[in-house]
Structure formats: C-alpha cells, structure tokens
Design a protein around this ligand. Structure first.
Ligand code: MSP
Length: 660
C-alpha cells in the first residue's frame, strides 16, 4: 500500500537579511516534524525557500549597490548553505524569481479573476514596507500597528481581490475545521479579525518594478504576498506537473511565525477558494525567540546566529535547545547561559553519560554481549522501570502528535533520570564482584540497555545525529531513521548481539570557554572585518552577504547615542591564537582603554603606536578570544575580502575629541 503523504512548509524567507536563529528555529521544527512523520510511515515532503520580490528587497539591494537579482542570489544561496550546514534536508526549495513560480502565480490569479474575484481599482492609503502590508488603521504618526515603523503613503492603480466576499466562507471554514488554525489562542485572534469585517485587498503594485508581471499589463506586478504564498503550490508542481500536484497538494501543515498568521489564515484560503483550489489542512503559528525581551530582527540588531552554536556544541545541541527551551506556540527568551547549562546538564551529564556508562559496563562486565532479560532475576523495581518506559513511549508519542516537543523531551529526560537513579540503586559495579550475583547484574544491565534503546528511538526526530551514534553503539547496523516509531517499540534490542565501542556523544564543555568561542564566532558573522581564525568556517562566516544587506535607516537621535572619540594608540600586541586580532591600549582623552581590534591582517602592531584612530567609546565591554575589549576601533571594510583600513585625520586632532 502506498504510504500516506505529509506535506509540510516553512515560510519562504525574505532575502533582505541573512538567516538568523529565528529562521533556523522554524526550519528545525519543520525538520523535526518531518523526521517524526517519516518514522510514523509517511511519505513526507518539506518545502522551504526564499521570498525575493517586493519593495523591501528592492530597497535593500539598492542600499547595497547591487541589482535585486544579484542581492537575492546571494542571500538565497546563504539560506541553502545554512540548511546544508545544519543538515536540514529540504525536499523542495522555491525561489520566487524562478520561471516555474511565475507561471504558478499567474495561473492561480487568472483562475480567481475568471471567477470574478479580481477587479481593477485605485488604492490610496498607508503601506508598511517592512511588513509588506497595507495598513488601514495606522497608529498616530502614521506608524504601522504591527512593527511600529513609519508607513508610507501609496496612491496607485491596482488590481483588487474581493476579500470581502469571503467573510462567511472563512468563518465557516474555522468553524468546521477547528484545528485549521493552531494553537487555539491564535485561532481566536483570527476569528475576531474576520468577524470584524474584511475589506478588499490590493493584489498588484504599480509604483515599482521588482515583482512578477501581471499578464497583459505593462505596469502591474503582483503584490509580494500574493506572489509568496503561491510558492507553497509551486514547490509541488502547480502549473508544471499535474501528477506531483495531485499527489501532494493540499499542504498538511503550514508552519509559520505568529506575525504572518493573517496572511496564511485569511488571505491564503480566500485566494484558494476564489481559484477553486483545495485548502491547506492546518496553519500552525509558533511564537518568537526573544533576545533580552525583544523579537530578534535585523533592524533591532539583536540577532543571534545558529552557526556558532552548531560549530561549538554540535547541530543536535542546537536542535535540542531550540525545541526544549521554547514551548511550541509561546515566545521564548534566548540566553546563551541557559543554552550551555542545558548542554552540560541534559546532554553531557544526562544522555551522554547514561550512554557511556551503560555501554562501558556491558563491555567490561559482559564482554560486550547485549544483556538478555532474565525473568527469574526480575524484581518489582525492574517491573516499575519497564512500566515507566512503556508509559514514556505513549506519552512522548502523544506529545509529538500535538507538536509539543518541549514536553516530549521533558518526558524522555525523566526516563533518563530514572535509569540513572536505578543504576545507583542496584550498583552493577558491586554486583559484578560476586559470581552469584551475575544473573542479577545482567538483569540490571538489561533494564538500562533497554531503556536507552527506547530513549534513542524516541529522541531521534530531535537529535538525529547523536541518536544514530548511540544506536550503533547499542549494536545496531541499520539506520535509525528507517525504524518505525509506534506503540510497539521492541525494535533494536539486539539479543545475542554485541555492543560497539563507546564513543562520547556529548562531551562536557567548559561553560566559560564555550561561551567565549560562541561569542567570538557571533562577532565574526555580525562583523566580518574582525574575523578570528576560530570563527572562520563555512557558510555565513565566509559570505560577505550580511555586509551587503545594508542597515536600516536611523534617526539623528539614534546616531547621537554612539560616542565616537579620537584615540591615540599607546601600545599594540597580537592576541594569542587569533591571527586577525590585536590588543591595543588607546588614550581617549580622559582614560586609556583596552580595545581588541580585528585589524592584524592590515597592520603590524609596531606600526600603530602613536597613530590616531576612531574609537566607539560607549560600546558595552565584551570578550574576544578571552580578552576584554572596551570599545571598538572604526575601520573601513574593503572588498572583496573585507580588509580593514583605519580612519585617519587630515589635520592634527587631540585625543578624546568627539566625532559628530
Ligand atoms: N517572506 C515572508 C514569509 C512569506 S511565506 C509565504 C516572511 N519572511 S521572514 O524572512 O521575515 O521570515 C519570517 C519567519 O521567520 C517567521 O514567520 C518565523 O517563521 C521565522 N522567524 C523570524 N524571526 C523569528 C524569531 N525571532 N523567532 C521565531 N521565529 C522567527 O515573513
């Protein structure tokens, strides 16, 4: 019998900025769901991609001095490279600048137009370029109610979509399919919005050019959201491959962040109804990762990147943290300290330690032979643990079914803790000393082995790499991903087989050292000019695209917050182990500061003494390669490799003079 299909999508990400931890979160969740569904016997397709049209991207490209296509090519490549680096296999990647996508968008809206749901009109009102959204009721000062940024006046001829005609049908959809929007709190928000009445929506733009052309029109391009949403169909063959489209459409789940729910739960089903296409089965809106209580975003400049975490702690540690520390659907605060604490306690001391001690004991006490259950030696406590194991399986599968990963992991880790306790209780290292207790020894090791086997199966969707290694250490040679996850978890107990050499899966880390390494790599991604050798890795580290994604405009009051002063270099030396960093002592008038600068590739330390430099004096202190830096030296980053060139003055200036 053919496998049932499961088609899951992430949002297609804007290419105005490089990928950060927030985008990574969504793709990691989608990948975890995909892996889980595969282990439940589904034929899974996961789609992601890049949203490359629209005013926001056009402007970002302009600011970077390149064409929108060139700009989109760079950032889109960066997304693909990141998903590869993080081993997030993507089945379908759609770029909205592909010809197949253009065909899909034009076809979908032609169908809607043929049904009489599209008409020509004129729009005059406010538009938020950041959210690529028409704003009917701006806040005072014409600010966008969503992102609080200034909106712009737009007056243009447009095609309109008769959204107003869909109010009743949408309400009926939410009623008949109560799980169409998840979680429930989000569903209520949408219900309230739709009940409040729907206005027709402008779905073409004429005031700029970066978009899909409207057939038969010279000036009209598709509104970026009508363009972007259609990518979910493009990816499975709409307008291109009927067989494929029949097989996978409609999507089983659109996984998105909560800020784009309205587009997915209101506009998208209405577009599809108008065109006579099937509706997706579910829209799941998750919460945000916050950093210091604010949403991570390029314009706030508080993004965290996934690569440093993955490179220092491993991909699985990144996945574990993202899924364990955020209750799916709610917001979560990101903290590097919490990440490292979790790593050491749950992964190194928890799963890692249980694995190495269980496998080592089996090697040493049983000559590596996989322990067998011995009913004669079984006591109530063993039965209690076996019962807990069964209960954990049921519970975890239930949580996975509702995508409640943090609870699923909590439940798996309770079993790990229980086995740790059990081993301390029965002390195999004491039992082994008396031959008469060897039967009991085997029963105790059996219990631990079997629990570890079940933990490995259950944790696989979240920790695909570590669990595969553990699976092999348990004596299995088949890929863990090909195992079925069901209520009968008897697979993988290799009766009569042998365990393989224990190998550390999550080595303990020194928190302080790991913190500094992650920070140094973050810094390099944020600011490629201060490249340190530790940070030079693949993808984002090497790509200059972030520099190209020009910063948002700021007001003079924001500029005034930056205190830049003339400094005179008093001493300079290399930072051990970092061939791009120099440690400088700089006189900035009132004091002498220690500043670490990534300029060693352009300047020898001795040539800097007495030089006048520009210092950002009110930057919060931070450590680079373990050396405290109290400020930043300003340098131009010169293409193609970001070579730093210091600023100089044409006339003599005193140390401490402020730059304005
Ligand atoms: N291009 C649109 C989506 C079109 S889908 C047809 C877009 N792109 S985006 O680049 O801004 O990506 C937004 C998505 O990235 C969010 O919906 C969410 O999935 C993810 N996240 C971005 N920042 C995030 C956090 N800080 N936390 C969690 N997820 C975040 O909107």
């Amino acid at each position: 019998m053919a496998k049932p299909k499961f088609y899951i999508t992430t949002p297609i990400y804007y290419v105005n900025a490089r990928p950060h931890l927030g985008h990574t979160y969504t793709t990691v969740v989608a990948d975890t769901i995909a892996r889980y569904k595969r282990m439940r016997g589904y034929d899974v397709v996961l789609l992601t991609g890049t949203d490359e049209h629209g005013q926001k991207v056009e402007r970002a490209a302009k600011a970077a001095g390149v064409s929108p296509q060139e700009f989109a090519d760079r950032i889109s490549a960066e997304y693909r490279a990141l998903w590869r680096e993080l081993d997030l296999p993507v089945d379908r990647f759609v770029r909205t600048t592909e010809p197949r996508h253009e065909r899909a968008v034009q076809m979908l809206f032609r169908k809607a137009q043929d049904q009489g749901y599209v008409y020509k009109g004129g729009y005059e009102g406010q538009y938020c370029v950041f959210d690529e959204m028409y704003v009917d009721e701006p806040l005072s000062g014409n600010l966008c109610p969503e992102c609080k940024r200034p909106t712009e006046r737009v007056r243009e001829e447009n095609y309109f979509f008769k959204l107003s005609a869909f109010q009743d049908r949408l309400l009926e959809l939410y009623e008949k399919q109560p799980d169409f929007i998840q979680p429930d709190t989000r569903r209520n928000e949408v219900l309230a919005f739709v009940r409040g009445g729907l206005r027709d929506l402008s779905i073409s733009r004429t005031s700029f050019k970066w978009g899909i052309p409207w057939p038969g029109e010279e000036k009209h391009i598709f509104y970026v959201w009508s363009d972007a949403l259609t990518s979910y169909m493009t990816g499975v063959g709409y307008a291109d491959d009927e067989v494929e489209f029949e097989k996978y459409w409609p999507a089983d789940m659109h996984l998105i962040g909560k800020e784009i729910l309205r587009f997915h739960a209101v506009y998208w089903p209405a577009f599809l109804m108008a065109a006579g296409e099937a509706l997706p089965k579910r829209v799941f809106a998750h919460g945000w990762w916050l950093f210091a209580d604010e949403k991570m975003s390029k314009s706030r400049g508080n993004m965290q990147y996934p690569q440093p975490i993955a490179r220092v702690l491993g991909i699985d540690a990144l996945r574990y943290f993202l899924l364990r520390d955020m209750v799916f659907g709610q917001d979560g605060n990101f903290s590097r300290d919490a990440l490292l604490t979790r790593y050491n306690s749950d992964l190194a001391n928890g799963l890692g330690n249980l694995t190495s001690r269980t496998i080592t004991m089996i090697e040493q006490y049983l000559g590596g032979r996989v322990p067998a259950r011995n009913p004669k030696e079984e006591n109530d406590r063993d039965r209690e643990v076996a019962e807990l194991q069964r209960g954990t399986c049921e519970e975890v599968l239930r949580y996975y079914e509702s995508y409640d990963f943090s609870r699923a992991l909590e439940s798996i880790w309770s079993l790990i803790a229980e086995i740790d306790k059990y081993l301390v209780e029965f002390q195999p290292w004491v039992l082994v000393k008396e031959k008469s207790k060897w039967g009991r020894l085997e029963m105790v090791l059996y219990t631990a082995y079997d629990a570890l086997r079940v933990v490995t199966l259950l944790a696989h969707p979240v920790l695909p790499h570590a669990t595969q290694k553990i699976w092999e250490q348990l004596g299995n040679s088949t890929p863990l991903a090909s195992q079925m996850l069901g209520n009968d978890l008897t697979v993988g107990h290799k009766q009569g087989g042998h365990v393989n050499k224990p190998e550390g899966v999550f080595p303990r880390v020194d928190k302080k050292e790991a913190f500094e390494r992650i920070e140094a790599m973050e810094e390099e991604i944020r600011n490629p000019a201060s490249t340190t050798p530790a940070a030079s890795g693949s993808t984002a580290g090497a790509a200059p695209a972030g520099a190209a994604a020009g910063p948002a405009k700021i007001g003079i009051e924001d500029f005034a917050k930056i205190e830049m002063r003339v400094g005179v270099v008093k001493s300079a030396e290399r930072v051990a182990g970092a061939d791009k960093l120099l440690k400088l002592l700089v006189d900035i008038g009132e004091e002498v500061r220690q500043v670490v600068a990534g300029i060693a590739t352009s300047y020898a330390p001795e040539d800097l003494i007495g030089k006048k430099v520009v210092v950002v004096a009110n930057l919060a202190p931070r450590k680079l390669r373990g050396v405290e830096s109290n400020g930043m030296i300003v340098a131009a980053s010169v293409a193609p490799d970001g070579r730093p060139v210091l600023c100089t003055f044409t006339e003599d200036v005193p140390a401490g003079a402020r730059l304005k």
